[in-house]
Write a protein that binds this ligand. Sequence first.
Ligand code: COA
Length: 265
Amino acid sequence: MTKTETTYKTLVTGLENGIFTITINRPDKMNALNKDVIEELGLAIDEVYNNEAIKTAVLTGAGEKAFVAGADISEFGSLDKDGGAALARRGGDLVFNKIENCPKPVIAAVNGFALGGGCELAMSCHFRIASENAKFGQPEVNLGLIPGYGGTQRLTQLIGKGKSMELMMTGDMIGAEEAKSLGLVNHVLPLADLMTKAKEILQKIQLKAPIAVSHVIALVNDATICHPDGLAHEIERFGACFESEDMKEGTTAFLEKRKPVFKGK
Ligand code: COA
């Protein structure tokens, strides 16, 4: 694997046979998306757009437990309504929307927990494969929050209204096989085979005409376009949660490793 131009603190990247592998590398924090990871993912996606040697990309997480266990909850404490909305908007602009609209294929190899922002990151990719131990969910309600990186829109598109409502209201996690049966992931493999399978699929795609492939991406995105206001409303309501006592209780309880008590305030 060769290195590309940019070096990162929170990511490990490498380029081999046109495939750019981006590994989020905070395994002791379940690869949670803090400010640095978001900034660096933005730069790594820029590399995908701008480096002609990169033909396709795969996103994964370091270690054997987590793809990404969500946004970094420890960074929420200092944020008010505007700060919460700004966090969601910046992530969308720098990373999530840019991945979705990337003219080169970007897939997720989900190697463990894909929760909250992690599930949203995987869903912003063009498609997903997962290891048998992968778990998916949008557990923000446990924190007095909602998804803020497009989850309310993209999960609903991918698995339909009823199941999306249930997962986001209960905060339940689902396993890889259920995720496959819902259409959230395309293939489920033993963890040891996950990256081999990702590279096999990307090699196959790289033999096809790149311009035609980029048209496919744009048009499938057209067919599944979000409600024009959906993402904007999500950012607004995500910010609004930061004004609630329940959000303060939920995030504090997580960091104190106890169960939250919500009051509807
Ligand atoms: N933000 C910040 N830190 C996180 C995190 C997140 N989203 N997810 C995990 N971590 C940290 C934990 O605080 C812990 O840190 P510590 O070792 O300094 O105490 C470390 O990662 C390991 O996590 P832990 O909870 O001890 O591991 P576990 O195996 O018991 O549980 C999860 C794993 C993924 C089920 C659990 O970490 C979890 O529920 N994470 C939050 C998921 C979430 O709500 N995501 C949405 C965020 S908006």
